[in-house]
Write a protein that binds this ligand. Structure first.
Ligand SMILES: [Zn+2]
Ligand SMILES: [Zn+2]
Length: 573
């Protein structure tokens, strides 16, 4: 195994930095976009991109191509992309950190550097504090305040990609590894465990638990798999490896008779297990990862499945997504756990884009056929309102009609994703909204300008059916708008406005606790993908994980209903 090759994460970091520096230097944006796209693709590729580049096959990856492949080879041969090296020599190191501050884009970062001569975060903080920053156009006292606060809170420090990763990246990788291990002749049962099994929005190490008739053989298959970049630790029943995409996997092979105990233990959460243990102690039982000891007799009882373990302890089996010490054990004791929504329950899609949005990659027909192939019966096309000005909306309706005529037992609905303006109004006229089947309204800009009031205004709009990605957060990148979610949820319940769970891997917005609040208040929550390509419709699995973490049943998930019922529940319907 070639150990010295750079990891995908390292290649991606170099490309991201190249993109940042190119932007600061004012270079052409298509290059910057290409570098970023390639970085994302490389970070998510399960095999070694360096290896692919050496054999001339990296350029076959979508978004990579010949120029990027050349750059990957430079990293292999010289340790660094040459274009990156040249730009690093031109831009002081600290200037890139400015980009992680709120309201500081590449142009501003460049001006801070060239016009004020400031090249470090400390220098920037000082400049903001003594009012020098406002000399730059577009900067005022408020932006200075925000920058000081952000630096104080540690923003601007280097992002650590290796630290936590998105569920959307980890889950497909784990699913693949579980399937491969399960297919091995030595495997009896294999499961994911840990936070990924609980579908937390970001995850760290990935835990796998297996039972086997021949543990060393299964461990060997795991350590020698082609996707493994490095074996970090290897024993007879345990091993840790890292994959080329930078994810770390832990495999434990355990005896079949205590599989339930070990799986439950390593699924967590820590807090759930603490509560479980304390409750058991009160009844003379002591729980460990290998079994339950009856304290009086010292007898150890093991469980082949989690269901048996929970039943032994007096509970209904608790779905992994609920194991967060937020009331699930009391509910399981009283046998009133909700029957959580499942991926198979979804009947349609209520937020997605086509090539009518500039960033959409699938035509209306392609999106519709992909949705139908998933078993859906309808798809609300919600292209961005700003791409549907003039007569484009009517022309889109003509295309929708034509597509509907070609696809039987399926319906494309006329929808839109409208922008909530800074003053809380919607950027589409009421008479146009009134003609649509489905209206999503979203915050896309000015997240810090009275976000609660603006969202409340949108919720009050009789034509708005659903609020898109409530807070606008980007996981691991930026916090969302600080909204008064309780007020928004209450008003949404009052007006019959839906609040979505947006399944984009870096959004998962509403977050779990907010979605639970919404469900409890009686708000209907569609699980949407906001897909900009046919493949992205599969993100629904992530959103469903989030919905389950929010305790939602299929009755509470709006698009688990047929369109006829959704339409009947519209405010304007
Ligand atoms: Zn949006
Ligand atoms: Zn969207």
């Amino acid at each position: 195994m070639a150990k010295a090759l750079p990891r995908n994460g390292e290649l991606a970091d170099q490309l991201d930095l190249l993109a940042d520096l190119s932007e600061i230097l004012g270079e052409e944006s298509f290059k910057v976009i290409a570098y970023r796209r390639a970085a994302t693709r490389i970070r998510e590729t399960p095999s070694s991109v360096a290896e692919l580049a050496l054999s001339g096959r990296a350029k076959e990856l979508p978004g990579v191509g010949r120029t990027i492949e050349e750059k990957v080879r430079e990293v292999v041969e010289e340790g660094e992309i040459q274009a990156l090296k040249r730009r690093r020599e031109r831009v002081p190191e600290g200037v890139v950190d400015f980009l992680r501050l709120p309201g500081v884009g590449p142009k501003t970062a460049a001006r801070i550097w060239t016009q004020l001569g400031v090249t470090t975060l400390d220098g920037l903080e000082a400049a903001a504090k003594d009012g020098r920053l406002r000399q730059l156009s577009g900067m005022g006292a408020r932006s200075e305040e925000k920058i000081v606060a952000a630096i104080a809170s540690g923003a601007g420090q280097k992002r650590r990609h290796e630290d936590r990763g998105l569920l959307g990246v980890a889950l497909p990788a784990v699913t693949q590894v579980v399937a491969e291990l399960a297919a091995h002749p030595a495997a009896i049962a294999v499961s994911e465990a840990g936070s990924v099994r609980r579908r937390r929005e970001t995850v760290r190490d990935l835990d796998l638990i297996a039972t086997s008739a021949d543990a060393p053989a299964l461990i060997a298959a795991f350590c020698e798999a082609p996707w493994v970049a490095e074996v970090i630790a290897r024993g007879d029943t345990k091993a840790t490896v890292s994959g080329h995409q930078g994810l770390r996997f832990d495999l434990r092979v355990v005896p079949p008779e205590c599989y339930g105990n070990v799986l439950q233990h390593f699924t967590g959460s820590k807090d759930h297990n603490i509560f479980l243990r304390e409750d058991a102690q009160r009844r003379g039982l002591s729980i460990s990862e290998y079994g339950v000891t009856i304290v009086d007799t010292d007898e150890v009882v093991t469980h082949a499945s989690e269901e048996e373990l929970y039943a032994f302890l007096g509970y209904e089996a608790v779905p992994p997504e609920l194991r967060e010490a937020s009331g699930e054990l009391a509910a399981a004791r009283e046998r009133r756990l909700p029957r959580l929504v499942q991926l198979e329950d979804l009947r349609g899609e209520l937020h997605c884009h086509s090539t009518w949005s500039a960033d959409g990659k699938g035509s209306i027909e392609e999106m519709a056929r992909a949705a139908k192939a998933r078993g859906y019966r309808y798809l609300a096309l919600t292209d961005h309102s700003h791409y549907l000005r003039e007569d484009r909306l009517e022309r889109q309706w003509e295309e929708i009609e034509a597509v509907n005529a070609r696809i039987p037992s399926f319906r494309v609905l006329r929808g839109i994703e409208a922008n909530i303006r800074a003053d809380g109004t919607i950027d589409v006229d009421d008479d146009v909204l009134a003609e649509l089947d489905w209206v999503v309204a979203s915050l896309h800009t000015a997240f810090d300008r009275s976000p609660t009031e603006r969202v409340l205004a949108a919720v009050d709009n009789p034509h708005v059916d659903c609020i898109g990605h409530l807070t606008g957060r980007r996981l691991l990148k930026r916090d969302g708008a600080s909204l008064d979610v309780e007020r928004v949820v209450a008003r949404a319940a009052e007006t019959g406005t839906a609040l979505e769970i947006n399944s984009q891997p870096d959004r998962l917005d509403m977050r779990d606790t907010h979605a639970r609040l919404a469900g409890e208040a009686g708000v209907l929550v569609p699980v949407t993908t906001d897909a900009h390509s046919t493949g992205a419709l599969a993100y629904a699995a992530l959103g469903i994980g989030q919905a389950r973490r929010a305790w939602l049943t299929s009755e509470q998930v709006l698009n688990a209903r047929p369109w006829r019922e959704v339409a009947r529940r519209r405010k304007s319907g």
